[in-house]
Write a protein that binds this ligand. Structure first.
Ligand SMILES: Cc1ncc(COP(=O)(O)O)c(C=O)c1O
Length: 333
């Protein structure tokens, strides 16, 4: 009932250090783990400490709009670096803007494209960070939700120079309203991070952390993740099966690899904005790909998520989406 530690509840930090070493190959002790309210708060804290106004930040393009907005709110100049099927390409980044203070990446499951950053690109990114004295912010969200291929360990596990700041969030693994996540910070930053934390919001809610700690240490988290993987797999199967049946000719879905969403590429002649608006009017919530791009243009597409839709809701939604797209295509020249 009194003050907690600025880095967070120690038994929870120990449980997390143990779990991410086993599951993600992250090298750390509980002393380098800081509990936050989630990824957004984690990046906010690091941006306050590491960025000056006008600093350049490489950002995956396309990428999560909440992160782009946050970086801009800190006065950073966000430089979009194109992502392809191997993830972010350092060479493209170098050509666009050689030096940057920080790069934001989702190596295990790129948001929104779902690809994995290849080993070669990981090593290139670490080399670049070392050369430029830049920081790498690794958002490892959704890394435990992989449905195809072998998972790669976190980028942090390859880092020998202390450039990677690792972030993950229980808001995806458990539920969005929980508001608990964590950072693994290189040892030489930890005192600064703890000092900053104690003047920003002092420390996170202790009862919430203690409850989560028991959930992890009693083995419920592992069981929960296993069950959720099965459930999400079932939802993806429903989505893909319904799409084959109803969306053929209107929309082609990327295959689910990791994470909770796929891209539905729109057939030529169907406008992205109109499709997004009209789907929303039918109660189908999607993200238009152009809302996530920074400096590039991409073919028209909608991000379709399965995180909060039931199996029945997915098949109904796909049928409604097919009606919307059929109408739009019939009007196309
Ligand atoms: C890629 C990505 N990073 C970060 C976040 C924000 O995470 P949090 O809710 O833990 O702040 C989201 C939220 O959906 C996300 O998709």
């Amino acid at each position: 009932l009194t003050h907690g530690e600025p880095l967070g509840f120690r038994p929870l930090r120990e449980a997390i250090a143990h779990q991410i070493a086993a599951e993600r190959g992250v090298r750390c002790t509980a002393d380098e783990v800081l509990i936050t309210s989630g990824t957004q708060a984690s990046l906010d804290l690091m941006a306050r400490l590491l960025l000056d106004p006008s600093d350049r930040v490489w950002m995956e393009d396309p990428g999560y709009v909440g992160i782009t907005s946050l970086l801009r709110a800190h006065g950073a100049e966000v430089v979009g670096v194109e992502v392809d099927s191997d993830g972010i390409d350092c060479e493209v980044g170098r050509r666009r803007c050689r030096s940057a203070r920080l790069v934001y990446v989702t190596p295990s499951c790129q948001f929104p494209l779902g690809c994995t950053l290849s080993l070669q690109r990981r090593l290139a990114l670490l080399d670049w960070a070392l050369e430029e004295g830049a920081w790498i912010f690794e958002d490892d969200y959704d890394s435990q939700l992989r449905f195809a291929g072998r998972p790669l360990a976190a980028l942090q596990s390859l880092d020998t120079s202390g450039a990677v700041i690792y972030s993950n969030s229980f808001n995806k693994m458990l539920f969005t309203s929980l508001r608990l996540g964590f950072l693994v910070v290189p040892e030489h930053l930890i005192d600064a991070v703890a000092a900053a934390r104690s003047v920003i919001d002092r420390f996170p809610s202790v009862p919430d952390q203690a409850t989560l700690c028991e959930f992890i240490t009693q083995g419920h988290m592992e069981q929960h993740m296993r069950r959720m993987r099965e459930l999400y797999e079932l939802r993806f199967e429903t989505l893909m099966r319904s799409a084959r049946r109803y969306l053929d000719g209107f929309m082609e879905l990327s295959s689910p690899g990791a994470g909770l969403q796929v891209i539905g590429w729109l057939a030529p002649g169907i406008g992205e904005d109109e499709a997004w608006h009209q789907a929303a009017e039918q109660g189908i919530s999607t993200i238009a790909l152009s809302q996530l791009t920074i400096d590039r243009s991409m073919p028209a597409g909608l991000v379709l998520g399965v995180g909060s839709a039931s199996v029945r809701g997915i098949s109904r939604g796909v049928r409604q989406l097919a009606q919307v797209l059929r109408r739009l295509r019939s009007r196309a020249p």
